[in-house]
Design a protein around this ligand. Structure first.
Ligand code: ADP
Ligand code: MG
Ligand code: ZN
Length: 643
């Protein structure tokens, strides 16, 4: 259709151009070239002298043939001449008196349609150009199209050029793959399902944190399914003008009807599927219309439709509930952060086609990367490969991979950052404080590494704790533990230097946040009880609050603050107790840290054991300063961001 319209515009211009040319050549001017012009007075003289045989009068142009030899001698074209008179009737009278044959031509012998066309020509030319340029944009990739393609969907259609990704390239989300396979199965053999009276799924929504492989999975589905596949991003529907998004949705579904059975994939659907009426400022009118159109199209699917809509989002919380109800996006495939096994498999996928040292152990890597998603893991392997190349190595070794992990967790090393000896000492004590408290509190995640090499944009030092297994629940004592460890850096500074620095800002922020969550969300404060306070618009996938609806009184707000403070104080004193009893250990570890900049977990273990043995040979493990409530730990590293 586009092609035809485009060619039409081109032909229109060509035809018009040709007609103008023809018209130009057909004008009388051209014909007059065969006549030589003579003056009017000369003409009158010749007429008087009976030297003229034939006359043709057209408007005030007079053409004739002369019989006079003198005139004929002067004329280049033999006997033909031409002159212009003001009053033709005057000439006619005179000529007929002399017996000259006079013919009078109609004013113009143009054909009516040429007339019409020439008068319309400029307008038609403009329209021609317009059509031509508008259409020439249509074949362009999404985003290239301009004005006329406004209402066209920008979806990319994959017919035979499907992505080469298959389900084998997606690791660690077996259930999600199974579900998708089932959906594809339906498209291939709908009868099998219909025979059983099963309602056909219309929409499949994939939800999960960013980087977990939603887009990848959809591309794999396209690679696996033997059906046409439309791929479009939710933001492609969004335009400045009201109604455009809706038109695009309509167009997309219109197109898809021609290719049934097919799959339509809308990535980042939250761009259009936002809760209606929740727009900030203006412009949500447009989004609502787009969403409405999407709902209408989904409802328009009937038994004969074999199109399946797959959408992906990492913000299911902001989607309009109407989208999620049965009959629309009724299948939800949750793609969560990969667990230990999942991470191992994802790492394996990305380690294919790369060379590694023999000592590289994927299971260890997987263990050291809790909380990382597929995109991070891919990045990790890539960073390691880059580092290996920088070291001119043939294979990627464990060292590069370890460094890759730290780069992802805390940013690249910044050895060049100049830090004064005094500051280095403060940082070392601060980190030692974290490490010792994390070691002493039972059940804490093992300390993997302490480092005072600056990393990333703000970390001056860090203590890396890695959990031994994936955790899904966290107990009250574990949370308290977490807070105590976070505060211990500050405690160490205070104990050793009698002064504190700004370096604990991030620790304090995280400690406060944890304490607040305990009080307002987890019901872990006796004073306030099992009440959820405040409606945090926070989702599991987001880990970040957008705003908070306060649904409690000033009094409660005050009580919350009091409780948070008391938790922090409690943890602080615990931390202080632990460190105060181990000043000599702190000195020892700090000195090693200052010398080597890094202490690995195993070495720290040994230092701690030796110390405990020397100090208290009888009770090796039990510590008198142990907090009464057992505190375990958190699956995260404590990095220090010095503001
Ligand atoms: P999302 O769309 O969920 O934000 P992507 O699908 O764009 O994430 O993933 C980004 C990249 O991370 C992928 O291109 C892939 O290289 C890698 N990745 C993510 N998840 C996986 C997985 N499960 N298996 C293999 N690679 C993955
Ligand atoms: Mg994506
Ligand atoms: Zn700290």
């Amino acid at each position: 259709m586009n092609r035809i319209a485009k060619n039409l515009g081109l032909y229109l211009i060509l035809v018009l151009g040709m007609m103008t040319l023809v018209n130009m050549f057909l004008t009388p001017e051209e014909a007059q070239k065969q006549y030589d012009e003579i003056s009017y007075s000369r003409f009158l003289k010749e007429l008087e002298a009976d030297n003229i045989r034939v006359l043709q009068i057209r408007n005030n142009t007079v053409q004739g043939e002369s019989t006079s030899a003198t005139l004929q001698g002067e004329l280049k074209n033999g006997k033909r001449f031409l002159t212009y008179g003001l009053d033709a009737s005057n000439i006619i009278d005179k000529a007929s008196l002399k017996g000259v044959t006079v013919t009078i031509e109609a004013p113009q012998k143009n054909v009516w349609w040429i007339n019409l066309l020439t008068s319309l020509f400029p307008t038609l030319l403009l329209i021609g150009f317009w059509v031509y340029f508008m259409n020439s944009n249509m074949g362009m990739p999404p985003g290239g199209g301009r004005v006329l393609s406004f209402g066209k969907s920008k979806a990319k259609l994959f017919l035979d050029n499907r992505p080469k990704v298959t389900f084998n390239d997606v690791a660690g989300c077996e259930e999600s793959k199974e579900e998708l396979k089932e959906v594809i199965e339906f498209l291939k053999t709908p009868d099998k399902f219909k025979k059983l009276g099963a309602r056909v799924p219309k929409g499949v929504l994939m939800l999960g944190p960013p980087g977990t492989g939603k887009t990848l999975l959809a591309r794999a589905a396209a690679g696996e399914a033997d059906v046409p596949f439309f791929s479009v991003s939710g933001s492609a529907f969004v335009e400045m003008f009201v109604g455009v998004g809706a038109a695009r949705v309509r167009d997309l579904f219109e197109q898809s009807k021609k290719f049934q059975p097919c799959i339509i994939f809308i990535d980042e659907i939250d761009a259009v599927g936002r809760h209606r009426g929740a727009g900030l400022g203006g412009g949500h009118d447009e989004r609502e219309q787009t969403l409405n159109q999407l709902l209408v199209e989904l409802d328009g699917f009937d038994d004969t439709t074999s199109t399946i809509l797959i959408a992906a989002t990492n913000r299911p919380d902001i989607l309009d509930p109407a989208l999620l109800r049965p009959g629309r996006f009724d299948r939800h495939i949750v793609i969560d952060r990969p667990d230990l096994k999942g991470r191992e498999e994802i790492l394996k996928v990305h380690m294919r086609n790369k060379n590694f040292d023999n000592n590289v152990d994927v299971s260890i890597l997987a263990k050291r990367t809790p909380g990382l998603v597929g995109a991070d893991l891919e990045n990790l392997i890539n960073e390691a490969a880059l580092l290996a190349a920088r070291h001119d190595k043939e294979n990627i070794g464990m060292d590069e991979l370890e460094e890759g992990i730290e780069r992802i967790l805390a940013g690249p090393e910044r050895k060049s950052r100049l830090i004064s000896e005094r500051e280095k000492k403060i940082i070392a004590y601060h980190e030692t404080g974290h490490a010792i408290v994390a070691k002493i509190l039972p059940g804490s995640d093992p300390v993997h590494k302490i480092s005072i090499i600056p990393r990333g944009h703000a970390a001056l030092g860090y203590t890396l704790q890695l959990p031994e297994e994936d955790r899904f629940l966290i107990s009250r004592s574990e949370l308290l533990n977490r807070i105590a460890i976070l505060l211990s850096g500050r405690v160490a500074e205070e104990l050793i230097f009698n002064d504190v620095t700004s370096g604990a800002a991030n620790d304090l922020e995280r400690a406060t946040q944890t304490a607040r969550q305990m009080v307002t969300q987890f019901g872990m404060s006796e004073k306030l009880g099992l009440v959820k306070l405040g409606n945090k618009r926070e989702e599991i996938f987001l880990g970040r609050d957008i705003s908070e609806d306060r649904n409690y009184s000033e009094e409660i707000a005050y009580a919350i603050d009091q409780e948070v403070k008391s938790i922090i104080d409690h943890c602080y004193s615990k931390s202080k107790e632990i460190l105060n009893n181990r000043r000599d250990l702190m000195d020892k570890i700090t000195n090693i840290l200052l010398e080597h900049e890094v202490i690995l977990g195993d070495d720290l273990d040994k230092l701690m054991k030796d110390y405990e043995a020397s100090k208290n040979p009888v009770t090796l493990e039990k510590d008198s300063s142990l907090p009464s409530d057992r505190i375990d730990n958190i699956p995260s590293s404590s990095t220090d961001f010095l503001a």
